[in-house]
Design a protein around this ligand. Structure first.
Ligand code: SF4
Ligand code: SF4
Length: 57
């Protein structure tokens, strides 16, 4: 996943992730890419459009 500068660390994305892939910490967002099932719920729920799927992975 790619997080852009609009992210305000609200945690909405982490809350909807069915696999609990996203962790919000002081330094930003952490993703467990191995566990991500590519549902894109996090992308859809983000109020500021800060998330993008990195299609290279
Ligand atoms: S929902 Fe969007 S703004 Fe909120 S923590 Fe996730 S990426 Fe950042
Ligand atoms: S695409 Fe789905 S599984 Fe992957 S981080 Fe987002 S909500 Fe979680």
């Amino acid at each position: 996943m790619i997080v852009n500068e609009w992210c305000m660390y609200c945690g909405e994305c982490a809350g909807v992730c069915p696999q609990c892939v996203i962790e919000v910490c002081e330094t930003g967002l952490k993703f467990d890419e191995q566990t991500c099932e590519d549902c894109k719920f996090c992308v859809m729920v983000c109020p500021v459009g800060a998330l993008e799927k990195d299609e290279q992975k």
